[in-house]
Design a protein around this ligand. Structure first.
Ligand code: ADP
Ligand code: ADP
Ligand code: ZN
Length: 216
């Protein structure tokens, strides 16, 4: 299965991605996670990405496309992959089409998770992530049973630097301006499935599985 997860910040892409990659046995490629890893490691890429991420802006297309192209050529992607948070602009989508064409493969589906704008800020501001295993929680909607400790691995939970109200609001605007046009882009390719993301986490997952034509 070769899939893309599309949706605004806080829609639930990362949360659904964990369940999807487990079910289908494909690698999860999150460009946001790749940047955060590089920031933590203090690499040149991390320094460059951080200057954009802190402002809620997109990292330049050419930087992102190169990273994804290298990743898709790795052996573990040969039977499928899930792209989460990429592409985010029409330029990135066109570059991805070109990369896939050169690899002689094509996308199966683009899963568009829809959530009303009013809900998104609360989702992102309440998000907490495990420092150790990367699991995502929400202080109200999906809390760890151990408070600010991860109940999957015992790691410490933290809040992303860009998950404050001001930056999230900016990111939602950037999504509407630069990423939302991809809905029409993939609709034209007949790849789009739209999922209501304003339901309980497990229900959203079931809807995704059904939309992919798989058994639950
Ligand atoms: P994205 O990757 O699209 O930015 P996340 O998967 O990180 O979104 O989810 C954002 C926040 O909302 C997280 O704190 C997550 O636990 C929570 N969340 C995800 N899906 C739902 C849902 N269906 N209902 C309520 N909260 C959710
Ligand atoms: P969210 O799902 O909450 O929007 P991500 O973890 O996907 O967050 O992305 C965090 C930030 O990383 C973005 O605001 C942006 O600065 C950068 N980023 C991630 N993916 C891309 C991409 N495909 N193109 C440009 N910037 C990106
Ligand atoms: Zn953990």
């Amino acid at each position: 299965m070769r899939l893309i997860l599309l949706g605004p910040p806080g829609a639930g892409k990362g949360t659904q991605a964990s369940a999807i990659v487990e079910k289908y046995g494909i690698p999860h490629i999150s460009t946001g996670d790749i940047f955060r890893y590089n920031i933590k490691e203090g690499t040149e890429l991390g320094k460059k990405a951080k200057s954009y991420m802190d402002k809620g802006l997109l990292v330049p297309d050419e930087v992102v496309v190169e990273i994804v192209e290298d990743r898709l050529k790795k052996d573990d992607c040969k039977d499928g992959f899930l792209l989460d948070g990429f592409p985010r602009t029409v330029v990135q989508a066109e570059a991805l089409d070109e990369v896939l064409k050169n690899m002689d493969i094509s996308l199966d589906k683009v899963i568009n998770i829809e959530v009303d704008k009013e809900i998104l800020v609360g989702r992102a501001v309440g998000r907490r992530i495990c420092k150790n295993c990367g699991a995502t929680f929400h202080i109200k909607h999906n809390p760890s049973t151990k408070g600010d400790i991860c109940d999957k691995c015992g790691g410490e939970l933290y809040q992303r630097d860009d998950d404050n109200e001001e930056t999230v609001t900016k990111r939602i605007q950037v999504y509407l301006d630069q990423t939302a046009p991809l809905i029409e882009y993939y609709n034209k390719q007949d790849k789009l499935v739209t999922i209501d993301g304003d339901k309980e986490i497990n229900k959203v997952f079931k809807d995704i599985v059904v939309s992919l034509g798989s058994d639950l």
